[in-house]
Design a protein around this ligand. Structure first.
Ligand SMILES: [Zn+2]
Ligand SMILES: [Zn+2]
Length: 318
């Protein structure tokens, strides 16, 4: 990435995003790819150790469930209730994922549901203008981050803004993001008692983890509105995609989710593995969450029988 192209991206982001969102986007988008190249070089020369794997997977799960169970299923959709310390912990873990401050993330997502695959959807592959599937895919995956907002999305989160604890999480987003980088760095350093261990901890548990997690989340917006099955009526182009379902911790059962947005369970069939649902059930068994919402069997079957939504899909010839 050249200095010029970095400036172009920064200018485009500057035009419509708050400073903290702009900073995290630049950090989160530009740095991890360099980290990946460096990590591949190091792995080639020195190997990829068990500690690297533990920090990568461990931090992926902690911050990933913060996004899927916290930012998405709780803060965006209120699909269960929880005591305040649990709510704080979910918001804390989600904020470490570097996907933007909690208010902005939730507001953008609620806007997506309100206008799914319509003109005001912030990240639909069927955005107005253009098209071909490749440009639609790019816009839904990452391009929307550099596009002007379709609406003042903050109007979607008055309930969250009324809570002082959530205002603290939102305004300390950068601190929490750096905490997410510091944790694997410190663990890597202490376990190996070397600066090198701290560095590789930052690389795998921090930067590479952020790269993988960003693309997993973005794949829900892009892949899961283009490729997959549509067993339920949802009035949009949302799809169930098994690969994204596994990688994105259950979020790939996206047609199910658009059909039943307040359901804490996205993998509605026994074979639709939804790791976030497994964790929610475990938390429920430990009385850490309660009033867990799932659609009744009758409601699920009713949705299956309703007529399919039909939208004019842009040409997929590119
Ligand atoms: Zn969607
Ligand atoms: Zn949702």
């Amino acid at each position: 990435m050249t200095g010029t192209s970095t400036t172009v991206i920064e200018t485009e982001i500057s035009s419509n995003k708050p400073p903290f969102v702009r900073f995290s986007l630049l950090m989160g988008i530009l740095i991890p790819p360099f980290a990946l190249v460096l990590a591949m070089y190091l792995a080639w020369n020195r190997g990829f150790g068990p500690l690297d794997l533990i920090l990568l997977v461990g931090m992926y799960l902690v911050t990933g469930f913060g996004i899927t169970i916290g930012f998405h299923r709780y803060f965006s959709h209120k699909s269960f209730d929880a005591p305040k310390p649990v709510i704080f912990l979910l918001g804390f873990c989600g904020s470490m994922a570097m996907q933007g401050p909690i208010f902005w993330w939730v507001a953008t997502h609620r806007c997506h549901h309100q206008h799914s695959d319509q003109d005001l959807d912030p990240h639909s592959p069927y955005a107005p203008g253009d098209h071909g599937w490749l440009r639609g895919f790019w816009h839904a995956h990452m391009g929307w981050l550099f596009s002007p907002s379709t609406e003042p999305v903050n109007k979607y989160v008055p309930d969250l803004k009324a809570q002082p604890m959530l205002r603290w999480l939102d305004s300390n987003f950068l601190l929490l993001t750096f905490t997410g980088l510091a944790i694997p760095t410190v663990i890597g350093g202490l376990v190996t008692m070397t600066w090198w261990g701290a560095f590789t901890g930052l690389l795998w548990g921090g930067l590479i983890r952020i790269l993988v997690e960003h693309h997993a989340t973005w794949s829900v917006n892009s892949i899961c509105h283009i490729w997959g099955s549509q067993p339920y009526t949802s009035h949009d182009e949302s799809r169930n995609n098994a690969i994204v379902g596994v990688v994105a911790l259950g979020e790939g059962w996206h047609n199910n989710h658009h059909a039943f947005p307040t359901s804490a369970r996205h993998g509605l069939r026994w074979w639709q593995f939804d790791s976030s649902w497994v964790v929610i059930r475990l938390m429920q068994a430990c009385h850490l969450v309660y009033n867990v919402r799932v659609p009744s069997r009758d409601r699920i079957e009713q949705r299956r029988r309703e007529p399919k939504f039909s939208k004019a899909i842009p040409s997929k010839t590119g």
